[in-house]
Write a protein that binds this ligand. Sequence first.
Ligand code: HEC
Ligand code: HEC
Length: 119
Amino acid sequence: MPRFAAALSVCLLFTFAGSAVADDAPSRAGAIVKGKDEDAVADIMKTFNKALKVKCNFCHVREDGKFNYKKWTKHKRVALHMHTEYVAKLKNAEGGSINCNTCHQGRKTFLKKVAKGDE
Ligand code: HEC
Ligand code: HEC
């Protein structure tokens, strides 16, 4: 097998192994939930609800009457990005870790207020 094809098939193997979740899963899929049991995942999800003051349906959609948590939506993608790029990488002024609520404080959005000088 030419080296390129071999490399490609290894890549594909990893891609499929990492995204058993859904065909259109982002590359960081699983960064929040992988290796955690159901209760731990539920606890994390509740912190999202609280930090943004939303319900589960802000990020997850129902199909045939029940939630399909595996399906990727716009807000679910943004949430994963916020986790991998902000929460996992940034520190507060004291060098401590941050979470969704550090910035959101019970709001989905807040930049318009900031721009208007309201906070
Ligand atoms: C702000 C967006 C957001 C909210 C609100 C949210 N979730 Fe999630 N949820 C996510 C993201 C992002 C993932 C994928 C995490 C990953 O890929 O590691 C996820 C994954 C999950 C999963 C695992 C799915 C899988 O692939 O196995 C479950 C179960 C779940 N959420 C349940 C809930 C429940 C129940 C609530 C409400 C209490 C909730 N979520 C609220 C963003 C959200
Ligand atoms: C370092 C600050 C910061 C952290 C930490 C942070 N966010 Fe955000 N987030 C923002 C900013 C800024 C916006 C844009 C707000 C606006 O448009 O007013 C935003 C927007 C969002 C949106 C889009 C809301 C919409 O209606 O368009 C989602 C969803 C979201 N964040 C989820 C999360 C989740 C879940 C976490 C924790 C894993 C998190 N964020 C952590 C700063 C942060």
